[in-house]
Design a protein around this ligand. Sequence first.
Ligand code: CA
Length: 234
Amino acid sequence: MTQAANILIVEDDAHIRRLLRATVQRAGHRVAEAADARAALSLLDIEKPDVVLLDLGLPDRDGLELIGPIRARSTATLIVVSARDDSGEKVAALDLGADDYLTKPFDTEELLARIRTALRHQRAATGGERPSVIETGPIRIDLDHRRVARDGADVHLTPKEYAVLAQLARRPDRVISHTQLLKDVWGPAHEDRVEYLRIAVRGLRQKLEDDPARPRLIVNELAVGYRLSLRDEG
Ligand code: CA
């Protein structure tokens, strides 16, 4: 089942642009293309994309500088696709409002999976209900009642563990940076205390993961942040 969406590809490298276009069209989506920042911003209003694939190395402007303007003018899911494998830039992109990040060379199936995830969350959001109960495998997270269960049995979490899990669960399948989680849960004064976060995540994994050493629910994005992964769950 393919849900056709409008995808805006912002990429100055013609070869990569062709690859992106072919991949996205193969999945049945409509494509618009921009080779620089200026074209991207003008196409944004015309094409009303559901998803923007954004390269950071653009000829006229740094792609990072485009994230704010795109966010201000569009509700599109913004996926950065960049060759810069620099965790500082990933964090900057996410904190500026990007939803996701793929490093080139990317796997085309992975790209399509990220787009499917984006569209699924958009459908849920426009359906009005922001899901307050998230179920994945044996885990059930009830955000309204602040309850977490595993195989039907309540799991006792510390307040910080719960707060971290709730932040991740409000934006499932998206990377949330360490800085953002620390700010949201511990407050802006503690945004550098990554060790607080590590301790909370370790606790969560011990309570929620089948194999805490090989987590599948709370996934690391190395040096960037964490993602609550609902993928691979039908
Ligand atoms: Ca480029």
